[in-house]
Ligand binder design. Structure first.
Ligand code: NDP
Length: 253
């Protein structure tokens, strides 16, 4: 198997998807979750099942890519692999199990698209760690590793805190929506997305890899348009929605 070709074309494909998705997703809001969902998108799955199916390929294919590489087992690569796997095991298993509304559904079509993208993303990031790059003991002392790891952890804290605030707006079994308050919701409507983008920005720095950069740009392409959709939805749904609250970033947008 030509791992160089898989990595090279995989990174280029993910960059191309990000470039195409960014303008497209300002026109089409992908209907996963409850708020933006629509029956026009065909058959659907329970959202908890959809989250598992969408996200589990990322850690699975990351492990596969990592195992293919000749540089696997190096100390910094193991730390980075662990960070990727912890994030995705949480997202695929813990996050859906903790969702309060069990009735929500997600279209099978958007689940399939996300699943395929996660196969690509997991594969190239696993290969980045153990084939395309070298992350030995020296990388643990490299400023890029420390800066990136700090940004990654900061983004993860914001993402988790913001998701927890949303989760606690509902009692178990409740389906409705309220205006979130506290944390970074004071300034922005989707701080969970802001945290996620910061997190993968940190990953791109900590890995200094093409795969990391492609993933960071894809996350922006996916979540920036969705943050705008959420903002528009909040303003249309709640007459008393705080007017000063921005979509994603209090300083820029
Ligand atoms: P949302 O903010 O749309 O929703 C998160 C959860 O909170 C859902 O269960 C939603 O319910 C509920 N919720 C949202 N707003 C309210 C409200 N006002 N009142 C009550 N409940 C509310 O996030 P996403 O579902 O889009 O994403 C979930 C996580 O996955 C985020 O952390 C995000 O960063 C991450 N993600 C990462 C991506 C990436 O590219 N790396 C891509 C997509 C998501 P309901 O489903 O019923 O609307």
């Amino acid at each position: 198997m030509d791992l160089d070709a898989i990595y090279h074309w995989g990174v280029l494909s993910e960059l191309a998807i990000a470039i195409i998705a960014f303008p497209l997703l300002f026109l089409i809001t992908i209907p996963y979750g409850g708020r933006h969902t629509s029956e026009r998108w065909g058959p659907s799955l329970p959202s908890r099942v959809a989250w598992f199916l969408m996200e589990i390929p990322a850690p699975a294919f990351c492990i596969w890519g990592y195992a293919q590489g000749g540089n696997s087992g190096e100390p910094a690569s193991l730390v980075l692999l662990a960070a990727f796997l912890v994030h995705y095991v949480h997202r695929a298993i813990v996050y859906p199990l903790r969702m309060r509304s069990t009735e929500k559904r997600t279209p099978a079509l958007s689940t399939c698209v996300a699943l395929l993208v996660n196969i690509l993303n997991g594969t190239i990031n696993g290969l980045a760690l153990a084939h395309a790059g070298r992350y030995g003991a020296a990388w643990l002392e490299d400023p890029r590793f420390w800066l990136g790891a700090t940004i990654f952890l900061g983004g993860a804290v914001v993402n988790h805190q913001s998701d927890a605030i949303l989760r606690n707006l509902r009692k178990p079994g409740e389906m409705g929506y309220r205006i979130p308050t506290g944390g970074l919701y004071r300034w922005v409507s989707s701080p969970n997305y802001f945290g996620e983008i910061v997190q993968w920005g940190g990953w791109a720095i900590a890995t200094a890899s093409g795969a990391g950069l492609a993933f960071f740009l894809l996350t922006i392409a996916n979540l920036a348009p969705r943050a705008r959709s959420n903002q528009q939805w909040y303003r249309a749904t709640f007459a008393d929605y705080p007017a000063e609250r921005r979509a994603l970033n209090s300083g820029v947008w």
